[in-house]
Write a protein that binds this ligand. Structure first.
Ligand SMILES: CC(C)(COP(=O)(O)OP(=O)(O)OC[C@H]1O[C@@H](n2cnc3c(N)ncnc32)[C@H](O)[C@@H]1OP(=O)(O)O)[C@@H](O)C(=O)NCCC(=O)NCCS
Length: 171
């Protein structure tokens, strides 16, 4: 990774570039394209960060704490219902790198910033398994020390979907 890449908090001006990167990979990120309004809502949260290179956004990460209000995700709830096992967990809503910049350490740099910020909290996420497995993301997360902790199959818009839950515990 070049030295010029900066990992920093997202600002309002970043949102349209974040939407473009997100929507290039939306099939792995909830399955639907997102709007600017979605990301604007999270600008004041503690961990909506971006990777910037030469004034362009090349990656983004949005993380929510276990006490997030009105988030409305059944995968987040899966961890919330197991709060004793994952006390004060952080839930990675999404991490995405611009397609032509993937595989160059940018996703790892975003996670490293999160680990530095929250060295004592479990970090949790889900990864798609069916109908299509996100094998790249599984390898990426395992490489960073995440472990599979569960799986769930559910129906969205009459389509069956399976996700696998992953967590990186601080110790
Ligand atoms: C998953 C994602 C965020 C990873 O970011 P990245 O910048 O490409 O990953 P890195 O370059 O930091 O990868 C670090 C390690 O993860 C592994 N890895 C990452 N992507 C991989 C892939 N597609 N296939 C296999 N291994 C992969 C490699 O072991 C790599 O280490 P190495 O370069 O020493 O071999 C990025 O590929 C992406 O945006 N994918 C589309 C969106 C997505 O799937 N997000 C996750 C949803 S759960």
């Amino acid at each position: 990774m070049g030295n010029s890449i900066l990992i920093r908090k997202a600002r309002p001006i970043d949102v349209s570039e974040v939407v473009d990167i997100n929507n290039a990979e939306f099939k792995w990120l909830g399955g639907e394209p997102e709007t600017r309004d979605f990301f604007h809502e999270y600008l004041n949260t503690d961990f909506f960060w971006v990777a910037e290179d030469s004034n362009r956004i090349i990656g983004a990460m949005l993380v929510l704490p276990e006490n997030a209000k009105n988030y409305g995700s059944s995968n987040f709830d899966w961890f919330k219902n197991r709060a004793k096992e994952y006390p004060k967990f952080l839930y990675v809503d999404r991490i995405v790198v611009k397609p032509d910049r993937q595989g160059k350490g940018i996703g790892s740099s975003l996670y490293k910033k999160l680990f530095e910020y929250y060295p004592t909290r479990p970090i949790c996420c889900e990864i798609a398994i069916k109908p299509e497995v996100n094998g790249g993301s599984i390898r990426f997360h395992e490489h960073l020390g995440f472990e599979a902790v569960g799986e769930r199959t559910y129906t969205v818009n009459d389509k069956e979907k399976t996700v696998r839950y992953f967590c990186k515990r601080p110790f």
